[in-house]
Design a protein around this ligand. Structure first.
Ligand SMILES: [Zn+2]
Length: 388
């Protein structure tokens, strides 16, 4: 077995402040009230969806806030892929209750709705005014993010992703001020996830670990998060699939997802997310599944470039795998375990649409951070390899 070493390369420069305090532990939702009070909160807006409320998590959150003397208004109308209309309604609820702290409880959509609403509530204007990097001029209210899935890592990111209600264009608003002040990680909350959600979000988290480990923006510090995230998710995802009540494995997945979120914050993503986005936009393939289906082919493509191959080597060592090909095969195996492995043809993709998909993939922002230059023709070959 041969590995090229990157130890001769000087570490890339970085400037890193941990913006989000991490509080982890089974049952830690009980600390919510004390943490909100510590941040100066008197009137909280709890942003969530009806499924989370039905699971009983909202009542437990409310009990903890009540006990700490923090009044709470519940906004439980979060929808998947929140848009500008959702933000307007949530901001109106925040204004009516004169809130001084936001709490996002749920999956990526709850956290995006809380972040986007906090941004507009404090800075005014419309979401499109903040589309891009660093557009907020005023401080935001404190935000506590409480994920109930182990996937997006949004709790560790300074981005809010909000769609335009008319064009459905997704607008990414990136600003350090948007970051949660505290991410409260209670693995007991993730046990209520439906199996399909758990599979999609788990594959997404694992994919984040793999993609962030090799991007052009990668630093020694982001690699540390990528490697630990990969080690945790690679071990725990099969265990969670085999036994959904395994709280130890749930905790590992939740940390793995959060660490991958921290890695994305520093290193961005790569070509697997570029190839996945058009599949989600045009064919409605769930995000985690779309990324999972194309990722092994992207790993094989990237491993043809020697620096990327060496970086995969470092990632492989974190999980006891010999090389990039073994990594690609292990990812295929985990995807089959989740039940999400499927040929693109089963989603309605055919040979005729591949050139248009490939063109769209190459225009995605994340393609620019892929470690190996990737052309539309390369994307077309990757889609063909998983067409079936
Ligand atoms: Zn993703």
């Amino acid at each position: 077995m041969h590995h090229c070493s990157t130890s001769g390369l000087p570490p890339a420069p970085f400037d890193w402040t941990p913006r989000t305090r991490l509080v982890f532990g089974p049952g830690s939702l009980a600390k919510l009230g004390a943490l909100a009070a510590e941040l100066g909160g008197h009137r909280a807006l709890l942003v969530t969806d009806k499924g989370i409320a039905k699971a009983g998590h909202v009542e437990r959150a409310r009990a903890s806030l009540d006990a700490a003397g923090v009044a709470v208004t519940i906004f439980d109308s979060v929808r998947e892929n929140p848009d500008t209309e959702d933000i307007r309604r949530c901001v109106a609820a925040a204004a009516a209750a004169k809130v001084d702290i936001f709490i996002g409880l749920g999956g990526g959509s709850s956290m995006d709705t809380a972040k986007g609403s906090n941004l507009i509530f404090t800075n005014g204007g419309a979401v499109k005014d903040y589309w891009g990097v660093g557009k907020a001029t005023k401080p935001l209210l404190p935000l506590i993010a409480i994920p109930t899935t182990a996937g997006t890592g949004s709790e560790c990111q300074s981005a809010a992703l909000i769609a335009d209600e008319v064009t459905h264009q997704k607008m990414a608003c990136l600003d350090p001020k948007i970051s949660a002040r505290i991410a409260l990680l209670d693995p007991e909350l993730t046990i209520s996830q439906p199996a399909r959600v758990q599979s999609c979000t788990g594959i997404d988290a694992l994919s984040h670990a793999v993609e962030t480990a090799v991007t052009t923006r990668r630093t020694t510090l982001s690699a540390m998060f990528s490697h630990e995230s990969f080690r945790l998710c690679f071990d725990a995802l099969p265990r969670v699939l085999a036994n959904p009540a395994d709280l130890d494995a749930r905790g590992r997945m939740q940390l793995g997802a959060a660490f991958a979120g921290a890695a994305i914050e520093a290193s961005m993503l790569g070509a697997a997310h570029s190839a996945a986005n058009p599949l989600t936009a045009r064919y409605g393939v769930p995000h985690g599944q779309a990324v999972g289906v194309v990722l092994p082919a992207i790993v094989r493509f990237n491993a043809g470039e020697h620096t990327a191959e060496a970086r995969y080597g470092e990632l492989c060592r974190a999980a006891g795998l010999p090389d990039a090909e073994a990594l690609a095969q292990a990812l295929e195996k985990i995807l089959r375990l989740t039940g999400l492995a499927a040929p693109l043809r089963s989603f309605g993709v055919n040979e005729a649409v591949i050139p248009a998909l490939a063109e769209e993939a190459s225009q995605q922002w994340t393609a620019a951070f892929n470690p190996r230059k990737i052309t539309p023709a390369d994307f077309a070959k990757i889609y063909e390899s998983v067409l079936g």
